[in-house]
Design a protein around this ligand. Structure first.
Ligand SMILES: [Zn+2]
Ligand SMILES: [Zn+2]
Length: 246
């Protein structure tokens, strides 16, 4: 046993790993971030979903198919995937990370996201990772950008560069909470800019965010990157809100 392994074992005895959601002690050998009780409540998006925007179709007898929204109007990104549905354990843990500023929760969630096998997603097709930026005012308030924390871990795992200054949020927008899809699109329009277009030209970009709600924010980011000369964009998020029927 190396000294590092020994120190890890000692630290596991003094500070045993806890479930990120309920703080239950987890066996360190299991190398998990949620206890089995909480893990069971997570709805991973691996079954039937729209191959474009990634919206899950729980128990759909039709299997995976392009959803009505994407048929009507294709988003600017080629595909979006998320680890799990934004509810319950996942929702609480993301809130803990963002609003309670829990660093250990952030680091647990980023490895959880980086370790997930996103279905029909090939990282070798991409050259760059860009986290969805926060406005400077929001960044000062929170102290960190949660999307950058997630993006760094994925960049490390797949050996892709992460650029957090390529896309900037120039307009301070009102919160998107409580707005419908059309209102969100209007609210977010013109909120992002690419200060140096040369850095985007010809790049295949993965956009990273914590939650995909209606897709209005991430679609606006994809649009701005494509107009600045990006070859293509895709989207990865930790969680995905289930859309209400339209
Ligand atoms: Zn738990
Ligand atoms: Zn879709």
């Amino acid at each position: 046993m190396s000294l590092k392994e020994l120190l890890n074992d000692v630290s596991d005895i003094i500070f045993p790993p806890q479930c990120l959601a309920c703080a239950e002690i987890i066996n360190p050998q299991e190398n998990r971030i949620f206890c089995s009780f909480c893990a069971e409540k997570i709805h991973f998006i691996t079954g039937s979903f729209c191959p474009v925007c990634g919206v899950p179709f729980p128990d759909s007898p039709a299997g995976s198919h392009v959803c009505g929204r994407c048929l009507k109007k294709r988003p600017y990104f080629t595909r979006a995937r998320a680890v799990a549905v934004f509810e319950d354990v996942i929702m609480d843990t993301i809130h803990k990370f963002k609003y309670d500023r829990s660093i250990s929760t952030g680091s647990g969630l980023s490895s959880f996201m980086a370790d997930f096998s996103f279905p029909n997603f090939n990282f070798s097709e991409y050259s760059l990772i860009v986290p969805v930026p926060l406005h400077i005012k929001k960044l000062r308030e929170r102290g960190f950008n949660q999307s950058l924390v997630l993006a760094r871990e994925i960049g490390k795992k797949y050996r892709l560069p992460v650029n957090f200054s390529l896309l900037k949020r120039s307009k301070f927008t009102l919160t998107q909470t409580g707005l419908n899809k059309a209102e969100r699109e209007k609210n977010i329009k013109g909120a992002f800019v690419v200060p140096d277009k040369k850095k985007v030209a010809g790049e295949s970009i993965i956009l990273i965010d914590d939650v995909y709600t209606t897709g209005a924010t991430i679609n606006e980011c994809a649009k701005v990157l494509l107009r600045a000369g990006a070859k293509k964009t895709a989207v990865l998020t930790l969680a995905r809100a289930i859309e209400k029927p339209v």
